[in-house]
Design a protein around this ligand. Structure first.
Ligand SMILES: [Zn+2]
Length: 325
């Protein structure tokens, strides 16, 4: 096997207990892409575990702050890196006073969290040393040779220049393979839909949350007095918020059958909580009423046919059941 074949072999065959190895492979590939290569073939380049940790923390940040994905099969014992990232997120939210998810690159976590961030990096380096650096090279008890040199407990690995060049040259296909494998792993412990999109999001500059204004007219036709779906009171003296009853972080999609008017304050206080069955019952009834009203008005379009399909296929209840894990 040549180097790239070996690298792919590891990605395809490594164990499924958690997703660390995928984050490790992705970080090293990303670092290869950033290399300028002044060294000659035959030499090796030092990659510090700290530089890997800076990337790993970002992957878990994005997947957690937006989608709260599970990264291992054991609910009671989440991977340590995930717990570190969750603590960092909560420190970030405390410091900014906002629970609104932010992409890593716009969040300036390093500045906002300061010492907590430095500590998180240190802790992640420790986990990478103990659990990932040398284990990554072992498949079914055998070490794959010729990838990189790592002396146990050291702070860096040495990787031959020609290997890094290969990683850079094949990076597009490698990122796809790593993301695919990461998605496969997540499918084992997450019931959340659209996982491959949620994984791919790490690579994009922004998570596009589309404006919901286009749904106003539909919601308005069934609820012209603008009662808040969450507390039941009339929404006065403010623009109604449009709320996702099943959280957006779970569906990663805006669907009329899942959207309601709410007070701004009711909407922002609820964040990512899974709705009660009572609320689902009410929403089912609301959807039937809304479809009836829209039909009576003679309206026809994509959103209305999706609403009809969702009612016929019981989508709301199915997603509600599955998001409880
Ligand atoms: Zn309300």
């Amino acid at each position: 096997m040549n180097f790239i074949e070996k690298w792919l072999y590891i990605i395809r065959n490594c164990s499924f207990d958690n997703t660390y190895k995928m984050s490790w492979a992705k970080a090293i590939t990303e670092i290869a892409c950033e290399c300028e290569f002044e060294e000659q073939n035959g030499n090796s380049i030092e990659i510090t575990l700290e530089s890997i940790a800076h990337k790993v923390i970002r992957y878990y940040w994005e997947q957690t702050i937006f989608f709260d994905l599970m990264q291992s099969s054991n609910i009671n014992k989440p991977p340590v890196i995930l717990s570190i990232v969750k603590e960092l997120i909560s420190s970030y939210q405390t410091n900014t006073g906002s629970v609104k998810p932010s992409k890593w690159y716009t969040a300036s976590v390093e500045n906002i969290c300061g010492v907590t961030y430095q500590k998180a990096i240190k802790d992640i380096v420790r986990i990478l040393k103990q659990d990932v650096s040398y284990r990554f090279l072992r498949i079914n008890g055998k070490e794959i040779e010729g990838i990189y040199e790592y002396i146990q407990k050291s702070d860096y690995l040495m990787i031959p220049v020609q290997n890094l060049k290969q990683l850079k040259e094949h990076s597009m296909i490698l990122f796809d393979t790593i993301n695919y494998r990461w998605t496969q792993m997540l499918e084992n412990f997450n019931h959340s839909p659209r996982l491959s999109k949620k994984v791919r999001i790490i690579d994009e500059d922004q998570v596009r949350r589309k404006p919901l204004g286009k749904f106003n007219e539909y919601l308005d036709s069934e609820n012209p007095h603008k009662n808040c779906f969450l507390c039941g009171l009339k929404i006065e003296n403010e623009t109604p918020a449009i709320d996702h009853v099943i959280p957006w972080s779970y569906l990663y999609s805006d669907d009329l059958w899942n959207l309601v008017f709410a007070h701004q304050s009711c909407n922002s206080s609820k964040s990512n909580i899974i709705p009660s069955e009572k609320m689902i019952n009410r929403l089912e009834k609301r959807n039937i009423r809304m479809l009836q009203t829209l039909n009576d008005q003679g309206k026809k379009d994509k959103h209305i046919s999706e609403l009809k399909m969702a009612i016929e296929h019981n989508l709301l209840r199915k997603f509600w059941i599955s998001c409880q894990g």
